[in-house]
Design a binder for this molecule. Sequence first.
Ligand code: ZN
Length: 316
Amino acid sequence: MNPDVSPKLETINVIDSHVHPIRGLTSGKTLIKEMDASGISKAVLLALDLDPEVFDTDSKLKDETIDDLFAYSYFMDHFKVIETMKRILEVGKTSNTAVAKLVSQYPDRFIGFGSVNPSKDKKYVNTKLEEIINLKLNGIKLIQTLQFFDPQKNKKLNKIFKFARKFDLPILIHLGQDPGPWEIPTLRCVQNSHPKNWVKLVKKHSKNKIIFAHLGGYGKTDDSSWFNAVIEMMKTNDNIFLDTSAVTYQLEIPAIVDKIRNTCDFQKILFGSDSPVVQGTSMLHSRKIIENSPILTYEEKVKIFNMNALELFKIY
Ligand SMILES: [Zn+2]
C-alpha cells in the first residue's frame, strides 16, 4: 500500500474493539456522538456480568480480600475499600440485555459482546451462555479483577471456551489492574489478571479466538512481565489478539512496537479506547496517538485501525 494513493489516515473508518456502555456514564446516543466526532465507524460494546452483592454473600472472598488489603497496608480502612469496590461493581455492571438493546438501536454501528461471571454456579453460567446466544451477541467478555475468579482453578472456564468455540464467539479477557481499589497489587483478583494464568487454557483451546485486553496489562507499565507474557503466548498460539484499550500510549514506545512487529507483524492488534472508563482519554485521543505515531508504518496503522477487526468480527 502506497500512502500517496491510499486513503489519508484521518479519513479511515476505525473500529473500536473495546467500549463500555456503562449506565450513568454514557448512553447509546452519546456513544454515537463520540464515535462520529472521532471517525469511529463501529464499536464493540461490552457487557460486564458483575455481582455488587458478592462481599455480602461470599464471606470467603470478603475475608481473603481483607487479608490482601492488610498485606498492602495496615493503616487503610479496609471496610471502606470494600464499600468502594461494591460501588464500582454496581456502576460497572452492564447486562447482556442492555448491550443487546443498544445493538438493536444502532445495528450498523455497534457489535455486542455478552458477559458471564465464571465465579457463579454451573446453572447460572449455562443460563448466561444461552442468554448470550439468544440475544445474538457476538462475543464473551471475562474480567478476573471484577468477577473474582482464578483462571488456573475455575472449572467453568472450559465450558465457556467450548461454548464460545461452538458458536465462533471471540472471548475478550481483561488483563492487568483496574481503576480505584483494583490498583492495589496485593489483591489476588489483580494477581489473577496476569497473563501467565491463561497459558494452559489458551494452549488447550487453541481453536478459540482470544482477545487479551490492554496489550497484556492495564496499569502495569512498571512491570514488563505482563506484556512479555502475552507476547510469549502469541509466539506459540496464532489464535491470540491484543487490544490497545487504555494503553494506546504504549505504542509510542519503540521496544514495544518492535516486539509486536517481530511477533505478529501487527496482524493481531486491535484498536480499543476503553471509553468512557479511563479518565483523561477518549476515542479521539486514542485514535490520534496511533494516527500521529512516527514509529508505526502506514500499513501497521491501517491494520490496527480496522483491517484486523474487519476479519476477526467478520465484517464484510
Ligand atoms: Zn475495559
